[in-house]
Design a protein around this ligand. Sequence first.
Ligand code: SF4
Length: 274
Amino acid sequence: MIVKIEYTSKIPKSLLNKGTGFLSGYSHSLNPYTGCSFACSYCYVRQMPVSTFRGAEWGTWVDVKQEAAALLKKELLRAKAKGPVTIFMSSSTDPYQPVEYKEQITRSLLQVMVEHPPDFLLVQTRSPLVRRDIDLLQALGDKVRVSMTVETDREDVRKQFAPHSPPIPARLQTLRLLAEAGIPSQAAIAPILPSSHQFPETLRPLVNRVCIDDYFMGDGSNGKRTKRLGLQSLYQMVGQEEWYHPAAYLRVYDNMKRLFSEDELFISQKGFEP
Ligand code: SF4
């Protein structure tokens, strides 16, 4: 099904937000867009004010933050003068969602950060488009880590839970390209969706860092936001209810332990820290 997305240009008043809650390890979070056309069924932002007060369904609208680079430069220089700057990009949008192909807002922000490097930048995405910016990510050296969401290795499951998000093989291929380019990367299995026994075999050649997170630990409300989304019934509908459980992450963790050492595996917030 093709969903019509409404795009609006906005000129933001500010870009760098204070890192709080789940992101308290960061001085700032940075969202190049408001809204996200990947429209994942499990997205915790659906339950946040930015979505609930919008009056339109999450995933059907995106605000494009115009003139963002100049504003970031100003805010970044001010923040750097005050102390260490660690940035999480992004907490409530995907910086490499489809509109970024044309708008290049994220790319323009990276260009600013190459000129004025923060102490650390985490790029959180599930989009293969991040490969377009390998040149800039390389320029940031060890000050950057790309966290690629690979919530399952099963395309059939991805299509059930996040049909508008990028295919899993494209994400894996992107992790391969990032590794070849020497860019620090991790696979983020978040949230926990049903996956196959062979998942560790798929990830092992691509990353040496895997972060595992679920709704109960990682939605910023101990699973309450996710509960309101009614996700349990989606797991039931596809006959996978046993994966919607506070202990399901251990099933993935134990499976990963076959091929990853404990210091390569991170649980919840730890895996996203600078
Ligand atoms: S990509 Fe991230 S921000 Fe976008 S809908 Fe999916 S979970 Fe939400």
